[in-house]
Design a protein around this ligand. Structure first.
Ligand SMILES: Cc1cc2nc3c(=O)[nH]c(=O)nc-3n(C[C@H](O)[C@H](O)[C@H](O)COP(=O)(O)OP(=O)(O)OC[C@H]3O[C@@H](n4cnc5c(N)ncnc54)[C@H](O)[C@@H]3O)c2cc1C
Ligand code: FES
Length: 367
């Protein structure tokens, strides 16, 4: 009985796979969409070769839409508003779009195929995003699985960016990864020193781009990236600020703290940095230097599970628990969060309960 079910399931799956393959081959051989016009924001017209995703068609025209998963339809970062010609919403898009976005015509540009004329709307600032060539000038170990990469710009030789923004690093094909992919990394350096950028990258086991960064990229190698992207930046309000980061989520805060240092920022700011073990802590000396330069800034490292032999005497448990222990309420504060989706979602729940409204919680989710 069980064997028969397995046989039937295999038969159906292989038939479906075969039919999909035929469809893909036929589409490539028979359908020729020719040149298609894409009208952008009602004023800029681009002619692209049909048949590719909207994301890559725009990229060929040097219009860089952010994409954190390299077009796999999993990050939801590549949203654009399609006014005409996008075709029906795909099942791959619906989980990543809210009901309001769906009604407003927002689509995932990596999933929309250009098959005819299109009319789209994108934020004007994306026209300022550029492609940069650089040289990897320094690779520094921060922990056993985190490194800081310094890229000196070659063409263009400066990058204007706001502290908190990110770039999309191009990971070329290498042994074990046949296709070029792009991955998002927050800029972790002084926005005034914009002839170079630092990235803080945590290794993801079997991750395509992080494996390349850790095993293939060497000091002196050329690199390329697009940017800057994102709206994670310090708001210009007098409200006290609470920063929460986990792991490589510390990266945009380094840049934001440089900006605060240059401005002699006296606003009350507390930064909770979560690590699993003491070995996962990094940049402690740099954070101490920021504490000395900024009179109202406090850095609170929190170690979830310190080993007894580490003699850790600081805060323990989850970073959100440390926040709850340190404050009764956070009414009148702003929250800035950066790190993995689990940490961000937990932190949003806690900050809401403690009195920070949703519109004052800003985050970059490393999805
Ligand atoms: C706006 C933004 C900014 C970011 N900034 C940074 C940064 O400053 N530093 C940084 O290190 N990363 C950052 N990231 C994450 C980064 O873009 C990549 O997702 C990450 O480096 C993994 O890429 P990869 O190609 O090595 O792994 P992939 O090949 O994409 O993933 C391999 C597998 O690992 C899983 N996976 C992916 N990411 C993680 C993770 N972080 N932890 C556990 N499993 C994972 C995937 O689901 C997949 O199954 C940022 C992401 C976003 C969206
Ligand atoms: S690029 Fe990630 S969903 Fe489109």
């Amino acid at each position: 009985m069980v064997l028969e079910i397995i046989r039937d399931v295999l038969a159906v799956s292989s038939t479906a796979a075969f039919l999909t393959l035929i469809l893909v081959v036929c589409e490539g051989l028979i359908l020729n969409y020719g040149s298609c016009e894409v009208m952008i924001n009602g004023s800029r017209k681009e002619t692209v070769q049909g048949g590719k995703s909207l994301l890559s068609s725009l990229q060929e025209k040097k219009i860089f839409i952010p994409s954190a998963c390299g077009g796999r339809g999993t990050c939801g970062v590549c949203k654009v508003k399609v006014l005409e010609g996008g075709g029906p919403l795909l099942p791959t898009e619906t989980p990543l779009l809210t009901k309001q976005e769906q009604q407003a015509g927002v689509r995932l540009s990596c999933q929309v195929k250009v098959r005819g004329p299109l009319a789209i709307e994108i934020p004007e600032e994306l026209f300022r995003v550029r492609q940069y060539q650089a040289r990897c000038s320094r690779i520094e170990d921060l922990t056993y699985d985190m490194k800081r990469f310094t890229f000196e710009l070659t063409e263009p030789d400066t990058i204007p960016f706001t502290a908190g923004q990110y770039v999309q690093l191009r990971c070329p094909p290498y042994k074990g990864s046949r296709e070029e992919v792009m991955r998002a990394y927050s800029i972790a350096s002084d926005p005034l020193e914009n002839r170079r950028i630092d990235l803080i990258i945590r290794r993801v086991p079997k991750g395509i781009c992080t494996t390349w960064c850790f095993e293939y990229l060497r000091e002196g190698d050329p690199v390329s990236f697009t940017g800057p992207f994102g709206d994670f930046y310090l708001r210009d309000t007098q409200t006290p600020k609470l920063f929460i980061a986990g792991g490589s989520g510390i990266a945009p805060f380094v840049s934001i703290l440089w900006q605060m240092k240059h401005a002699d920022d006296g606003r009350q700011t507390v930064f909770f940095f979560g690590a699993n073990r003491t070995e996962d802590l990094c940049l402690l000396d740099e954070m101490k230097a920021f504490e000395q330069a900024l009179p109202n800034f406090r850095f609170v490292p929190v170690v979830a599970r310190p080993a007894p032999e580490s003699r850790w005497s600081g805060q323990t448990g989850l970073v959100t628990e440390a926040v709850q222990r340190s404050f009764e309420r956070l009414d009148g504060w702003e929250g800035y969060l950066c790190g993995g989706p689990g940490m961000i979602e937990a932190a949003i729940r806690v900050l809401r309960q403690m009195g920070i409204p949703d519109e004052k919680i800003y985050y970059d989710k490393f999805a």
